[in-house]
Design a protein around this ligand. Structure first.
Ligand SMILES: [Zn+2]
Length: 229
């Protein structure tokens, strides 16, 4: 049986993740929040306290909550989005759920918001997502409308997770990214890969107004030209 990490070990990793994500511009100020599953039955989840500056998080700002988002250990109010984290952890069987507010994920959540999702395909870095073995993979990142009603947000996120069982992450419109993994390492990698894919797509969009590079069909060389040009 795999050894279960302790509360302290997971809390230390969440603190390190927070500092790194802040430095990389993915969780500036108090934005974003990070969670990791301590036990699954009963479900107990470590999550950052509400209003914590992500560049200065300390271990005593990590709380333990139950499956309803109520605090089981630690002081203070958990993040408003705790219920979303718990829902993702439960529905995806994830060991960690990470939520970032980067420039590129915010921009793309607006640029593709009317489509209900962002399609990313043809890029080698897609292979950094678990289970993806070729750049020919097409990743659909669903986009959910933002709201301050966290019960409604959780219901919408849950609906999207059911509708897109292969998705590695989802965007809240004008807000940020949720992604997850079987453990904190995998979830962290998914943030890094998705944020890279978002920056490439966002820079392309800023430069060309397109969300996808046009692919010119390559003519077969057999039989010569058809004289149509
Ligand atoms: Zn947020």
């Amino acid at each position: 049986m795999e050894e279960q990490p302790t509360f302290d070990a997971l809390a230390d990793r969440l603190v390190r993740t927070s500092g790194e994500f802040h430095r990389r511009g993915w969780a500036l100020g108090t934005s974003g929040n990070f969670s990791a599953v301590l036990t699954r039955d009963p479900l107990r989840v470590l999550i950052s306290r509400s209003g914590v500056d992500k560049g200065e998080m300390t271990r005593d700002q990590i709380l333990l909550v139950d499956e309803g988002g109520a605090v089981v250990a630690g002081n203070g109010k958990p993040s408003d989005e705790t219920v979303v984290h718990v829902a993702v952890a439960r529905q995806r069987g994830a060991g960690a759920v990470l939520h970032t507010h980067s420039v590129w994920n915010t921009l793309l959540s607006e640029a593709a918001g009317d489509e209900g999702g962002l399609l990313v395909e043809g890029l080698e870095m897609l292979k950094g997502l678990t289970g993806v073995t070729t750049h020919e993979h097409a990743e659909w990142v669903p986009i959910v409308e933002n709201t301050q009603d966290y019960g409604l947000m959780t219901a919408e996120v849950s609906r999207v997770l059911v509708a897109h069982p292969r998705a590695h992450g989802l965007l809240l419109r004008g807000h940020g990214l949720y992604t997850w993994g079987r453990d904190l390492g995998e979830a962290r990698r998914h943030v890094e890969i998705l944020e890279f894919l978002f920056e490439v797509t966002g820079r392309l969009y800023a430069a060309t107004g397109r969300l996808k590079a046009p692919r010119v069909a390559v003519a077969q060389t057999t039989g010569g030209g058809d004289g149509s040009r």
